[in-house]
Design a protein around this ligand. Sequence first.
Ligand code: CA
Length: 225
Amino acid sequence: MRVLLVEDEQKLLSFVMRGLAEHGYAVDTAATKNEAEVLAADNDYDLIILDVMLPDGNGVDLAKWLREHEYSGPILMLTALNSTSDKVKGLDAGADDYLSKPFVFEELMARVRALLRRYGDGQETSSLEFADIEMNLIHRKVTRAGQELRLTTKEFALLEYLMRNIGRPVTRTQIIEHVWDMGFDPGSNVVDVYVNMLRKKVDQPFEKKLIHTVVGYGYELRQEP
Ligand code: CA
């Protein structure tokens, strides 16, 4: 899941960015409304978190701009405490939810999960299941056939993306867009490297292989008959 985080307070930005990254999200950041517009025009975000007070404008206008420019994913606004008019304006402009500052990170994560669930296929996002794989997204645990798999944060994010796309193969570009942030080197074969690492943990110890290469396209989680 790839997130755009728009916040001009550097400390809060780093804190939220680090927390999201620890939960396996790929995070791009912007400190101004203008930077956010440039990034949103270029990338396909699963979620946008934006602060209301930005140096070159406000988050309410940014939310409106995003909706006018066909961003259809969830928007979570960060507002000042008790600023009811900001909340109302934000929701009217196309934001889905808001969180008053200061907030506890766990509350932010709960809202993020709820928004992604609402926008997703309605599947309960505290856990994902496919074949004999179970992923607990809150405790960041994966088991296959009841056996715990020890995945790195990136491997977890990659498996989560494949699990969210059961029944449709995904391209390397889609994987990069949703699992890696903009610091990614487009010339590298990082996706293939990570898929191989994931196979060693998810498929190699088991008889049935679930991660399949779709030649000339990308990858897919599939159960062979
Ligand atoms: Ca601010």
